[in-house]
Design a protein around this ligand. Structure first.
Ligand code: NAD
Length: 370
């Protein structure tokens, strides 16, 4: 550490499946990272890649740490040490990490550099979510939020909810939440409440999202935004609105706080924001849940595009990436909706049936080795 003492961090990399292709999944730096959490997130990645039908399996990694209280130098040394520990497990054909909560393109650049220096030549395809100058893809940074937006567009069309004028509440104004909010705002929806780990703000007539993103980038929080009132973060979930986007962490909607939820559409930008108890409560209330493995799959989809571009050494234009992403997300939504309607099961079960079904088919066709 910067003060000269040596700190020992616990880190993990879990590969859940590589049946359909190399394992794929983000790396999280957070005080709550545990082996169980990483295992759950790796499993979701397997089903998620199968739902959007990209040729990857599932993995996830994490380090139990508090990045908000670490310097850049400490983060770099910890990232490089973690990379060297997992080096035999990863690679462009084996397992490809990406950013997740509190990791970013700089973290990916350190991983790419540590991996490449050890191998002796540049290997950009070992990670996705890299800076553009190192073989990153245009559109990757906003891919998850953009994918969330496309699935909300589909849900609104299915439920005959006009997106123009629809009211939206966003829990977690980070990468996924803020980009989804921005695109909804551009489409004419009213984002009436937003929270982050420091607080929550509200304006019934709609918040000015581009200015809020500007302020959050400069100051690191959403509190004290002009033309908004402060609200208890827990109250955001119970707001009278059309669309609720949980975009923070797991288990934020549970048995104790799900009953007052009034939104018609719940778009799971985060991974696992609803506990099974919350799921049952919202199902009974008739809420339409866009499940995480469908809703937030835009990130891994553009990660796949990035990996393809790195492997081909040929880079695509932004509009090309948006068009391909829209096609992938809307096809996946239609595939899941079809199962939901034909088999009369909740959207989450339908997504699981599609994802697990595709993995099972691959397992069966591959057969047993040797
Ligand atoms: P991020 O770090 O950019 O944003 C997380 C935001 O949530 C931050 O603004 C933080 O202040 C806020 N937050 C934390 N705890 C909160 C709480 N209790 N209440 C309200 N806000 C809280 O992370 P991200 O990349 O946007 O990821 C958010 C979620 O989306 C995670 O579950 C992640 O696994 C999932 N996800 C992200 C991506 C991606 O590409 N970024 C892809 C798929 C899924």
């Amino acid at each position: 550490m910067d003060d000269g003492h040596i700190h020992r961090f616990e880190g993990y990399r879990v590969q859940h499946s590589s049946v359909r292709g190399p394992a794929k999944g983000g790396i999280r730096f957070h005080p709550q990272v545990s082996l169980d959490e990483v295992k759950a997130l790796a499993t979701w990645m397997t089903w998620k890649c199968a739902v959007v039908n990209i040729p990857f399996g599932g993995a996830k990694g994490g380090i139990t740490c508090d990045p908000k209280h670490m310097s850049q130098g400490e983060l770099e040394r910890m990232t490089r040490r973690y990379t060297s520990a997992i080096l035999p497990l990863i690679g462009p054909e084996r397992d490809i990490p990406a950013p997740d909560v509190y990791t970013n393109s700089q973290t990916m650049a350190w991983i790419m550099d540590t991996y490449s220096m050890t191998k002796g030549y540049p290997i950009p395809g070992v990670v996705t979510g890299k800076p553009i100058s190192l073989g990153g893809s245009l559109g990757r940074n906003e891919a998850t939020g953009r994918g969330v937006f496309y699935t909300i567009e589909c849900a609104c069309e299915h439920l005959h909810v006009p997106l123009k004028g629809a009211t939206v509440a966003v829990q977690g104004f980070g990468n996924a939440g803020s980009i989804a909010a921005q695109l909804l705002h551009e489409a004419g929806a009213k984002v009436i409440a937003v929270s982050d780990s420091t607080g929550c703000i509200y304006n019934r007539n709609g918040l000015n999202i581009p200015e809020l993103i500007h302020m959050k980038t400069l100051c690191g929080h959403v509190e004290r935004f002009p033309e908004s009132e402060e609200m208890a973060p827990a109250d955001l979930l119970a707001l009278d609105c059309d669309i609720l986007i949980p975009a923070a962490l797991e288990n934020t909607l549970h048995a104790e706080n799900a009953a007052p939820v009034r939104a018609r559409i719940i778009a799971e930008a985060a991974n696992g924001p609803l506990t099974p108890a919350a799921d049952r409560i919202l199902e009974k209330k008739g809420a339409f849940v866009i499940p995480d493995i469908l809703c937030n799959a835009g990130g891994v989809t553009v990660s796949y595009f990035e990996w393809v571009q790195d492997e081909q050494h040929l880079f695509w234009e932004a509009q090309d990436i948006y068009n391909r992403l829209e096609r992938v997300m809307k096809t996946a939504f239609r595939d899941v909706l079809k199962i939901h309607l034909e088999r009369n099961v909740p959207m989450r079960i339908a997504a699981n049936m599609l994802g697990i079904g595709r993995v099972a088919e691959a397992v069966q066709i591959r057969g047993i080795y040797p």
